[in-house]
Ligand binder design. Sequence first.
Ligand code: AMP
Length: 379
Amino acid sequence: MTVALPPNSTIGIIGGGQLGRMSAIAAARLGYRCHILTPEPDSPAAQVAAGLTLGDYEDQSALRAFAARVDVITFEFENISAEGLELLASLKPVRPSPTALRISQYRLAEKSFLNGIGVPTTAWAAIDSRAELDAAVARLGLPAVLKTARLGYDGKGQALLREAADLAPAFDELFPRPLILESFVDFGCEISVVVARGSDGAMVAFDTVENTHRDHILDLTYAPARIPDPVAAAAQFLARRVAEGLNLVGVLAVEMFVTSDGRVLANEIAPRPHNSAHWTIDACPASQFEMHIRAVAGLPLPPAVRHSDAVMKNLVGPDEIALWPEIVAAPGLIPHHYGKTEARPGRKMGHVTRLFPRGALPGDFGIAAALGPLAPAQV
Ligand code: AMP
């Protein structure tokens, strides 16, 4: 049994983005200080944290200086090397473990791990040469998705292969990085579950939610997902199995597809707070960020209950954040700004949550109306 971290202890967070920012805000409410490691001088997380080590994630002296100033370490950012995280783990407790990070960083390890614990995914193959790609396409068929096995996010580093002529340009663009070929999933919708697990093995999971994307970036999350109960329950079961299989301490997101015939297939796991659970800040007594901090600090995990239904809309790039004056003036929109000064296309600048009474999530027209200035042009 982990001894709970006393108030005024310091939690080190690797990464300076919005996930670190919202974690630090949740930590402050529980009486903890957060200390951020980031190379970015004015980061969203450091703006609201008690301390900062400005340094590169692979700089050993920065990692040591950071570890010396904190009591426990977590991460909001997955692109630190597992070696860097292992160095930190030799100095202070790191939660989740470097192993959980290592698996989630590498799609091939992730898929093998998932299948090994009985969590279904689409059919896949590791690709190390053009001949292997041809053989895998012959086996899995088309359409298929060719992805880099490392460092891909938000649809970067992947290509859809519809016909034989697509293979050469996709391969030439992505090779010589290690690649994975995945059978294309003709999904009915995309869903996710965020589960929190304490060091004593206790687990709580937020309700299964539904996600829609624009330009490969999460646009809207609907809580709860508008899917049959048994499908939502199957997703909960799989997410808990993943958290247990990783011996997770912290929170974990599992992104899944619901196929047109109602099966649930895991796509990706992220051992950290996740964009698809930002709604929990406003719709739950304890948010995903609070759960994360509680798990990392060894505090008990309260039930992951939802007092309201919710829709979360991301504010992406210069056009959406330009609506900020209208957003803060709109009744019923709960605004979250990440404090980023530069709005580049595709950059997540903030999000809004709109709450509805439990069981009263409206249809698409009602949701569009409720989003006011953020209503999509076409419903
Ligand atoms: P990922 O980087 O794996 O999260 O993929 C980004 C998005 O691409 C997903 O949210 C899906 O919309 C789509 N996608 C990824 N893999 C597949 C697949 N095997 N079949 C169909 N769509 C996919």
